[in-house]
Structures are given as C-alpha cells and as structure tokens.
Write a protein that binds this ligand. Structure first.
Ligand SMILES: Cc1ncc(COP(=O)(O)O)c(C=O)c1O
Length: 388
C-alpha cells in the first residue's frame, strides 16, 4: 500500500473536506461580482459594542482570559438564555467559544465516536456534515418535505440503534424556514423516546420575521440532552470577532471543554468584553438590522419574480433565499452556481447542504441593495437563456 507521503493530509482532514463548502467560502474579492453567496451581515457592528472592546484593550484585557470564558460574559449569557428558556440556566453550564463554529465542533467532537449516526435534516448547514465526516461518524440525511418542513415520518424511520444525535438548526440555513413549536415537540418526542442527544443551533434565532419563535432551550424534556449553540455573529453583526457559546448539561460540558482547551484554548478577551456590551446594550440596533434584512428580502423577491425556471418561497427567518430551478435541459446545481459566477453573480449550490439540494441554489440577501438588484438581473438573464 502506498504511504500518504510527507505532505499528505490525515484521513480525518480528507474526510472533513466538503469541496463545495470550501469553494463557496473562497469566492475571490472581485468587486464586479454581485456577492449573494455569503452569510455575513451587511451591517457594521453597533458602535457601543466596538467601544466596549476598545475600552477593554485600554483597561488591560489583553492577557489569557479564563479558559471557559470571561466570568461576567458567562453570567450574561446564562441570564440572556434563562430569559428565553423560562428556566434557570447557570453560568457554569456555559462555555464561551470562538464563534458558533467552535461550539458546534466542540459539541460534536465531545459526544460522537466513529460509526455513530447523526441525523441531519436535508438541506442543512454544511458545517455539521463536514465535522461529522471528519470524526468518522455517519451523517444520515433526512429529506425535508416538498414545503421544506421537517418530515417527521422520515425522521422516525431514519433512527436506528446507532443514532446518537439529531441536529436542529432553527431558523434553517439554507432555507430560512422557522420550525413551529409543534414540529419541535414532535422531534423532541422522538429524541426522548430513542434516547438521542439534540444539538440545537439557533444562531439565527433573533432574525425571525414571523410572529413567534420557539427555542429548544424552553423545552424541559430536552434539558438533560441538549447541546445548545448560539453566538454573536449574526444578531450583533460580529462575524469577524469570533464569539459564540455552548450551553450543555453538567454531564456533557466537561467533554466539550476538553476539546475547546485542545483547539482554541481561549477566546479573544476584548471580543468577550464586547459580547457583554452586546447582550446588555440597546435593542434598537438589532431591530434596525432586522428591518434592513426584511427590506432586502422583499427587494430580492421582487427582483427575481417572473424569472423563468425559478421557484421562490418566502423565507421566515435568517437572511437566505433557497430557490428551486428546472430547465428542459437539466443542469447540476454546482454547475449552475459556476455558470452564474462566470456571469457575475456568486451564489451557493444547494448540494453543499445535502443531497436534496440538487435543483436548488442558496442566495444571501445580506448584501448591498446594489448587489441584490444586479445579482437578480444577472440571474434572470442566465435563467432566460437556459429556458431557451
Ligand atoms: C447555521 C449556522 N450555524 C453556525 C454558523 C457559524 O457562525 P459563527 O460565525 O458564530 O462561527 C453559521 C454561519 O454561517 C451558520 O449559518
């Protein structure tokens, strides 16, 4: 057998490589491209949050912080989460991480072994599958209904003796669907009946345009099996700060902490001080951003209306539009995304998010109005051409 060679990657690195995900992240910074591919808030971090970080640096928060997170931030997160949960969450249940990404990584790596099965609704955010693959565990994709809602019958059938965990991302990246309380209760019922862990990623939980949002934190039946992930990137427009957190029961958090201390070790202290200001500060900047996303959603829907071969659904949360396409001469999602990029509009192939993504694209409307309008025009032109 051939060795991997001095520069060869490990099996774990090879397994964890989702080519479409990496391509999607690495779109060149070319100003002529309408950038509808990335999940980065199109707003600046609110000034009171920036000021808190500047003050923290001047005050000497420039050393190693406590490894589980700044104690005041852990308290602030616990308080914020308790309010949403309607039950008491302790600061000791909170681990501060380098973005929700690291929280997801620590949580999954802490509880999964090779061969364990993990239920991922299909489509779902591509990071989960990449980490599950890297661990050597097995992603089991459970297709959503044609309306992009969780398919509970399929979920029932997908659980086996090897299933260890189900991921609930609500609101959903890439579709913008918001799960109802009834859907969440039904998933929770299966998780309890089959003794599964639940990883709930609610990073878009405040970017919701429907009347209500049900958090998994408020479901008492999940409390002892819930790995709860959230962060500051989306709500507070803080993607570059790398700040997130994991809330987990006392039996699970120590294992996640081991992974955290072995990879990130600590999280930037000024960023954590800024996180306290974000949680305790004014609500208005967030409401203004939500209004801004709503306006952009409408602009994108308007710009794409009437595009031949395109199916649109109005998203209820996050800042993505998940569109279906169909032409007489079939084209693969990944090839269509490449073609669109060549025509000056960057989008993501639906297949990055699971097998059901064939025939779909994800567009982000967290973009400038200019990019949204130009992007919609360019996409319209390409679709018109493909429709003959
Ligand atoms: C569903 C979901 N979870 C987690 C993340 C990662 O967020 P963070 O910037 O906090 O690492 C993203 C980023 O796009 C996301 O869409």
């Amino acid at each position: 057998m051939m060795g991997r060679g001095r520069t060869g990657a490990s099996q774990a690195a090879l397994r964890g490589r989702n080519v479409e995900r990496l391509l999607g992240i690495d779109i060149p910074p070319d100003e002529s491209i309408a950038r509808l591919h990335i999940g980065d808030p199109c707003f600046a971090t609110p000034p009171h949050i920036v000021d808190a970080a500047t003050a923290a640096m001047a005050e000497g928060y420039t050393h190693y912080p406590p490894s589980r997170g700044d104690p005041e931030l852990r308290i602030a997160v616990a308080k914020h989460a308790s309010l949403r949960a309607g039950r008491r969450i302790e600061a000791t249940d909170v681990l501060i991480t380098a973005g929700a990404t690291e929280a997801i990584y620590c949580a999954l790596t802490a509880v999964l072994d090779p061969g364990d099965e993990v239920i991922l609704f299909d489509p779902s955010y591509s990071l989960y599958g990449a980490i599950v693959d890297q661990i050597g565990a097995v992603p089991v994709f459970v297709a959503m209904t044609p309306e992009l809602r969780p398919d509970l019958d399929r979920l029932h059938r997908a659980v086996t003796d090897k299933t260890r965990l189900v991921v609930i991302n609500n609101p959903v990246n890439p579709t913008g669907v918001v799960f109802t309380e009834r859907e969440l209760n039904a998933i929770a019922e299966i998780a309890v009946a089959r003794d599964l862990l639940v990883l709930a990623d609610e990073i878009y939980g405040e970017l919701v345009f429907t009347q209500s949002f049900s958090t998994c934190l408020a479901m008492p039946e999940l409390a002892d099996r819930l790995l709860y992930v959230n962060g500051f990137s989306k709500t507070y427009a803080m993607t570059g700060w790398r700040l997130g957190y994991l809330i987990a029961p006392a039996e699970l958090l120590p294992a996640a902490y081991v992974i955290h201390s072995n990879c990130a070790s600590v999280v930037s202290w000024p960023a954590q001080r800024a996180g306290i200001a974000a949680l305790q500060g004014r609500r208005e900047p967030i409401d203004e951003m939500i209004a801004g996303y709503l306006a952009r959603r409408e602009d994108m829907l308007l710009g794409l209306a009437g595009t031949p071969g395109l199916t649109l659904t109005r998203p209820e949360g996050a800042f993505y539009l998940y569109v279906g396409f169909s032409f007489d001469t079939p084209i693969r999602s990944a090839d269509l995304a490449k073609l669109l990029l060549a025509e000056g509009v960057a989008v993501r192939s639906g297949t990055e998010y699971g097998p059901s993504g064939e025939g779909h694209l994800r567009l982000s409307y967290s973009a400038t109005f200019d990019d949204i309008r130009t992007g919609a025009q360019r996409l319209h032109r390409v679709f018109e051409h493909l429709s003959g």
